[in-house]
Design a protein around this ligand. Structure first.
Ligand SMILES: [Zn+2]
Ligand SMILES: [Zn+2]
Length: 325
């Protein structure tokens, strides 16, 4: 089959590789769309032995199987189902399994992949192909993080919120925040077109790096270390600094006076529990026109070498690769 290989040093190649083998307990998924994600940048630099791509949507192609023909997105954390975390519904923090589809095993930048049955999240027919991948990082990750800290916040409608980074998670967070009742959401991003998009969706622009105002909630979605430092300083007393963005570089915290002399919550959030899926579909249905604005390009696999470079240059928000189905 055709697939994409990250050869290292930003080399993206279209290759022929063997069709996936499908062990017991798994099914073949034919890829309809896989979303590009900034976190793939790590593999783009380092190279990967497997086929990357972790925001995957496709159709089960396993004749005779109960799920044959089912449109599904792929929940990437493989999980045991019986540990304390799994039993509590926290499938994304399973204590026994750490494999992530697209990170430690073949993902969705190809025509098809083998997926554990437990990692299939069904997508209803009214959700179009071009919106389905948003149910993962854009909606799932951003919204889970906000649900996690919701009990720490009194009245979102009267609170001042800062979102650092107007990429898919930041903008997905903006929509989820507004759905939760937030009205005073400020967004900071160094790329003007992203800031303009956030503004057109009801946010106020906040100058990058500005530390002159305090915020009850800071959603840090960029992974930028300066943005994290800024968040620790500008989060108000009793407020929440919500750390969602990722960065492999060491993060050294300077315990400056604005960081030290207050009570505040610093909360890290990763991905989302499988049980959020139904609520996430409902959220997508309520705001589908606005989520659709984040998908700014859909292209065929053959264009991936150029398109991935354009994406990493910051020219797109959430482009989708067609897998061929
Ligand atoms: Zn992602
Ligand atoms: Zn488990």
């Amino acid at each position: 089959m055709r697939a994409i290989r990250f050869a290292g040093a930003r080399q993206v190649e279209l290759i022929d590789r063997p069709w996936p083998e499908v062990p017991a307990g798994e099914v073949l998924l034919r890829v309809r769309r896989t979303a590009l994600c900034g976190s793939d940048g790590k593999l783009w630099h380092k190279g990967a032995a497997h086929t990357p791509g972790h925001e995957i949507f496709g159709t089960v192609d396993q004749p005779g199987h109960d799920l044959h023909g089912q449109r599904s997105v792929v929940y990437i954390p493989v999980h045991c189902g019986v540990c304390a975390q799994c039993l509590a519904g926290q499938t994304h923090t399973c204590e026994r399994e750490s494999t992530l589809v697209g990170w430690n095993r073949d993902g969705g930048y190809g025509q098809a992949l083998s997926v554990p049955e437990q990692c299939l999240l069904p997508v209803p027919d009214d959700i179009p192909d071009d919106l389905a991948p948003l149910l993962l990082d854009t909606i799932g990750t951003a919204t889970h993080a906000l649900r996690l800290v919701r009990p720490l916040l009194r009245d979102l409608a009267s609170m001042r919120v800062l979102v650092t980074g107007a990429g898919p998670v930041g903008l997905g967070g903006l929509i989820a925040l507004q759905d939760m009742g937030a009205t005073d959401v400020h967004v900071a991003d160094p790329r003007p077109h992203r800031g303009a998009l956030a503004e057109s969706m009801g946010a106020r622009l906040h100058p990058v790096g500005d530390r002159s105002r305090r915020f009850d909630l800071v959603l840090e979605s960029s992974g930028n270390l300066a943005a994290r430092d800024q968040g620790l300083e500008v989060v108000a007393a009793q407020g929440v600094m919500l750390w969602v963005g990722e960065n492999d570089e060491p993060w050294t915290v300077h315990e400056s006076k604005p960081v030290r002399r207050k009570d505040f919550f610093l909360v890290r959030s990763f991905y989302f529990p499988k049980g959020d899926h139904a609520a996430n579909i409902a959220l997508l249905r309520r705001h589908r026109e606005r989520y659709a604005r984040l998908v700014d390009h859909v292209f065929d696999m053959a264009e991936m070498p150029q398109e991935f470079a354009r994406f990493m240059a910051g020219e797109r928000i959430k482009p989708l690769m067609r897998g061929g189905e």
